[in-house]
Design a protein around this ligand. Sequence first.
Ligand code: NAD
Length: 253
Amino acid sequence: MSSKNIFENKVVIVTGAAAGMGEAIAIAFAEKNAKVVACDLNLADVEKVAEKIKKSGNECIAVPSNVTKEPDIDSLVKTTLKHYKKIDILINNAGILFPTKIEHISEKEWDSVINVNLKGVFLCSKAVLPVMKKNKYGRIINMSSSAGKNISTLGGAHYTASKAGVLGFTRHCAKEYAEYNITINAVCPGLIDTEMVRKNVTTERLDNYIKSFPIHRLGTPEEVASLVLFLASDEASYITGCSLDINGGDLMI
Ligand code: NAD
C-alpha cells in the first residue's frame, strides 16, 4: 500500500463515514487518491469529514443516506454516478450496537439492529452490483466483527446475529459475482477505539478487556482502514468470500 496513487481513478462509496472506522477508511482512500463518496445518516458530521478530505487536496462528496432505506441507496448510487460516472469499491461499514440482554430486546430494537447491520449491507450491495457487473470490476468489503464468529463482547444477541449474517451474505455474494471480476470480503474487527465502544463500556471494564488481549490495547480505526484498503487493492485480487480478523490476537480460530 505504499504507492500514493494506488487508488487513482477509483471511485469508492463508504457508508457510516461520519465517524469511527468509516471516517478513517474514507480518509485513507482519499490519501491514496481515490474519489470518495462519504455516506451517513448524520449529514453535519459527514460533511465535516468531506471538508477535511477536500482541504487536504483530495476528492470527496458527502451524501446523506440511511442504509436501511432502498430509495436513499438508489439515490446514493445515482448521485455517485452523476459525479464520478462509475463505482469501483463499496465499503459497507455503517452499523449500530445495543448492549441489551435477550429478554429485554424489543421487536423494534431487534429490527433496527438487523436492518442497519445486515439489510443495509444487502441493499447497498444490490444497488452497486449491476454497475460493477457492467464495468467488469468491483470490490466490496463488508464490516462484520469478531462477534460474527464468536459472540459480541459489548453488543446483544441481535448484534451477534447481524454480524454472523454479514459473513454468510459475504460468502454467497462472492460466489455469485466472482465471474464478473468482483471480489467481496468481510473484515472482523475485535475492540476498536471508537465511540461505539467508548459509549457502551466503563473505562474499568475496558481496561480488563485490554489486559486480556494478547496485544494489550484497543485497535485503531486507522489499522482497520489499512486492512480494508489491502482488500480493495489489486494485491488482493484472488481473495474473495473471505473474512479477515483484526483483533490483537483476541480470537484465534
Ligand atoms: P461508530 O458508531 O463510531 O460509527 C458508525 C457510523 O455509522 C456513524 O457515523 C453512524 O451515524 C453511521 N450509521 C448508523 N446507522 C446508519 C444508517 N442507518 N445509515 C447510514 N449510516 C449509519 O461505529 P464504529 O465503531 O466506527 O463501527 C463501524 C462498523 O464496524 C460498524 O458496522 C460496527 O458494527 C463495526 N465494528 C465495530 C467494532 C468496534 O470495536 N468499534 C468492532 C467490530 C465491528
